[in-house]
Design a protein around this ligand. Sequence first.
Ligand code: SF4
Length: 263
Amino acid sequence: MSQEQNELAALSQALKKTMERKRHLGQRRVGRGPCTASPRATTAKIDATPVPVAHLAQPQVLPASPESQTTMARECLNLDQLERAASRCQACPLHKGRHNPVFSDGNPGPGGILFLGEAPSDADNSTGTPFSGPPGQLLTDIIVKGMGLNRQQVTITPMVKCPTPGGRAPAGEEVELCAPILRRQLELVNPRVLIPLGQGPANFLLARKSPLAELRNQIFESQGRQIVATFHPGQLLQDPAKKRDCWADIRRAMAAADIKKPS
Ligand code: SF4
């Protein structure tokens, strides 16, 4: 595809997701959930602010740096703008494997919970939705059966927005270049409780280099947010014995988010 076709495809995908998000928001207004949404949980996900032409028309200046990425991310005034900017980002080589931009799924719902994965899977890359494949189904079960919520009542997002070759862990430089997008996303979504799924996202949020075992079984605080680390659903599929520990983590996160266990 030519550059213009790539950009048109990215814009079309971003527009489609915007429409889906608005539709979801409409459903949430009339839906009935197990928890009462707090004022914070209704922070505007949708902002009708016109998108600056810069985000629509101008390709990103390369080479990118964490500083230029931070500038780009800060210029985005709402999540729609940030999603569009991420869908066109070519700051690191991972953009070459991007078929459909994978930005986030869901909304800041009751309790303001955000699940943070590592990178989009092949299935996510096909659908444009994070956690689409079998690990995603398990995550959905955790949200629905374990927490009594649905996927539209939490935010799910990857740490880096483009898939890695062969599903490898993203390299340090790739994480560094994508981090400004995630940081701005966290500012705009404003979750209260972050649940990093796996060692990479947990170490990113906690600015550590520790094994996951050292990061679980506790609640961390950072910038007014509580962080409860647990396993990536893919790890649970490989080793179902870990599910018991995962449930303990999820209960810890629910307590931090003031979400009652469904009866
Ligand atoms: S992974 Fe992040 S920094 Fe790299 S191209 Fe994709 S959006 Fe840009």
